[in-house]
Design a protein around this ligand. Structure first.
Ligand code: KG4
Ligand code: ZN
Length: 342
């Protein structure tokens, strides 16, 4: 198994990439629907599905052209099968399955979070299991014990909002559009870190669980208590970001102590956050590995890569077009890694 096309359509990003196990990533294309959903302040599932239908086939053509290969050269198809929005997932799964069937090659449904988790390996060939992974996306906040490839044990997760969701909701309160995580981070750079101190949720309690919904309430209350000037908003954004980063840092430290691992891998959209990266680098004694910023948020490259790993290990899915909007990461089975990452 060498040349695999990866298709990502789980939410509001259409991503396609071509990965070659011998030469590495050959091409990746992304279309973001952010502008489509911005007016609604969140992702509208029906609009997301329709946009995937419109964009996916042209994006596949573009990715193949950029990779310099024809469809007939492909040896495998990987598509996100879950978790995510049902209709959006079905677009990628249907196109992926049809492509595999038409070309007579194997296809596999990839777990979106496994894609995120493996993304760091696209640029870090020396990364070996076991390691600890901090998965921080719009839908998930998890500390994962990666014992072996595909063998994931959740050590702790959020009881309520995911950290990306907390960024987005806070951004909305501060009047920054959707999705607001990156905009909030930018605003926070203008803020005074000393002015407000927000609580670090659950950091004072033992264990590895997270809770971020209270922070949002704290933001709302603080905003009401001041005039809401540009500087007030920047100071609040800064206090929020620091509280989140301190919490993620503290829980990661705890999980590293518990596992004894010497490597922490960051994955998911919030992994693009600069303060998080700087603080983890400065304050953790272990090696911290990040995906390229563009591969933190949703993309096709991570799906092509994770799919390539599983296809190379001999896994295949049946012809059925199946999507699993809810799919716990811990249900995945380990597999032998016969590919060394490029
Ligand atoms: O992994 P992802 O693209 O999608 C999911 O699988 O959910 O993550 C998207 C999340 C959004 O909540 C977005 O606001 C957040 O990642 N995000 C950020 C940054 N860039 C994206 N949050 C904080 N700082 C950033 N620089
Ligand atoms: Zn994602």
């Amino acid at each position: 198994m060498t040349l695999v096309i990866g298709i990502e359509t789980s939410c509001d990003e259409t991503g396609v990439a071509v990965y070659d196990s011998a030469r590495g990533l050959l091409a990746h294309e992304l279309y973001t629907q952010a502008a489509t959903h911005a007016d609604y302040g969140g992702v509208v599932p029906e609009l997301a599905s329709r946009d995937h239908v419109r964009k996916l086939l042209p994006l596949i053509d573009r990715a193949l052209a950029a990779a310099g290969c024809g469809r007939e050269q492909l040896q495998g198809v990987a598509y996100t099968a879950g978790p995510g929005l049902a209709g959006a997932l079905l677009v990628g799964a249907a196109v992926g399955r049809a492509l595999a069937w038409a070309l007579g090659i194997p296809g596999i449904g990839v777990h979106h979070m496994e894609g995120h988790l493996q993304a760091a390996r696209l640029d870090n060939e020396a990364l070996r299991t076991p390691f600890l992974c901090l998965l921080v996306s719009g839908g998930h906040t998890q500390l994962v014990d990666v014992r072996a490839h595909g063998d994931y044990r959740i050590l702790g997760e959020s009881r309520d909002d995911a950290v990306g969701e907390a960024f987005d909701k806070t951004a909305k309160l501060l009047g920054l559009g959707y999705p607001g995580g990156a905009a909030l981070a930018e605003l926070a750079m203008q803020g005074n870190p000393q002015r407000f101190v927000f609580p670090r949720p659950m950091l004072d309690r033992p264990g590895l669980e997270f809770s971020f919904s209270g922070l949002k309430t704290h933001v709302r209350t603080t905003l009401r208590q001041c005039a809401g000037s540009d500087q007030d908003r920047a100071d609040i954004a800064c206090a929020f970001e620091i509280a989140v980063v301190e919490t993620l840092l503290g829980k990661s430290q705890r999980a590293l102590q518990l596992t004894g691992y010497d490597t922490l891998v960051i994955a998911g959209g919030v992994g693009a956050n600069r303060r998080l990266r700087e603080e983890l680098d400065a304050r953790l004694a272990v090696r911290v590995v990040y995906p390229r910023v563009e591969f933190c948020t949703d993309n096709g490259a991570m799906i092509a890569y994770a799919g390539c790993l599983r296809l190379a290990a001999g896994q295949r899915d049946t012809l059925e077009i199946a999507a699993r909007p809810r799919w716990p990461l811990s249900e995945l089975q380990g597999f032998p890694s016969v590919l060394s990452p490029k």
